[in-house]
Design a protein around this ligand. Structure first.
Ligand code: SF4
Ligand code: SF4
Length: 135
């Protein structure tokens, strides 16, 4: 960088203040199309498993406990997910969403990356290893 440019930047920083953000005390607004942690809404899910089949990162598992009763559990591996959005495209029931605002995913506990969606009792059955995998 030329000396003149450097001085110009230094003076600009003195007048305008730093350009950096004081994260985590200050947060910029997340861009609208930003993709963060996947969410799943059971309401319209048919358990078809397309999301699971189409996920290139093997981040999804749909466990069917009772198809007629619509008892599905959705296992999501956040640490596998590349946020590509393929599952959202594949689901024709609009059950899946990659919202822009749940992106602070850092953790020291690996278990935090394993997320289960579904009703509490059904999730417990899956966690206890008493459910068969499939869609
Ligand atoms: S966003 Fe992509 S990688 Fe993540 S769960 Fe969906 S299909 Fe898989
Ligand atoms: S693609 Fe949609 S409807 Fe099919 S199992 Fe996945 S979330 Fe459910």
């Amino acid at each position: 960088m030329k000396l003149g440019g450097m001085w110009r930047d230094a003076i600009k920083a003195l007048v305008q203040g730093p350009s950096t953000q004081k994260y985590p005390f200050e947060r910029l607004k997340t861009p609208e199309r930003f993709r963060s942690k996947l969410t799943w809404d059971l309401t319209n899910c048919t358990g078809c498993g397309l999301c699971m089949k189409d996920c290139p990162a093997n981040a999804i598992e749909v466990v069917t406990l009772d198809r007629k009763a619509k008892r599905f559990v959705f296992r999501y591996r956040v640490d596998h997910c590349t946020f590509c959005g393929q599952c959202v495209e594949s689901c024709n029931k609009n059950c899946l969403e990659l919202p822009e605002d749940d992106w602070e995913l850092a953790t020291t506990n690996r278990q935090d990356f394993e997320v289960y969606y579904g009703n509490e009792a059904d999730v417990q059955i899956v966690l206890d290893g008493e459910a068969e995998t499939g869609a």
